[in-house]
Design a protein around this ligand. Structure first.
Ligand SMILES: [Zn+2]
Ligand SMILES: [Zn+2]
Length: 109
């Protein structure tokens, strides 16, 4: 695994960056901004190591009980809301709590 120093203002974290194998762009795992100083050699090594983005997004996917679309919900007035039909999604209380925490702390909203 490669630890790469992020070059973005306000971050500069030494972290396990990830690469998009299609565009060959490298991104910081902390701030999710592109890191531009990565050499071609390192990029090739990252692809060989399959150092791609962690699939954490899937845990955010919620099926809306109104429009039946599967989406990453949004938080409106502290309610888990469908981004498509803008209705409050009907979920179990523990799941709502977990989602709220994730949506509040997630940086990629
Ligand atoms: Zn960063
Ligand atoms: Zn919906």
């Amino acid at each position: 695994m490669f630890l790469i120093q992020c070059t973005n203002k306000g971050c500069y974290e030494l972290q396990q960056a990830y690469i998009d194998p299609k565009t060959k762009q490298v991104f910081c795992s902390k701030c999710n901004n592109e890191i531009l100083t990565v050499t071609q050699f390192t990029k090739n090594q990252m692809i060989a190591n399959k150092q791609f983005k962690q699939q954490t997004k899937t845990s955010f996917m919620v099926k809306c009980n109104h429009c039946k679309k599967e989406n990453k919900p949004i938080l409106v007035k502290d309610e888990i809301t469908c981004p498509h039909c803008k209705k409050i999604i009907n979920l179990s209380a523990p799941f709502i709590q977990m989602l709220k925490e994730k949506l509040k702390t997630s940086s990629d909203i």
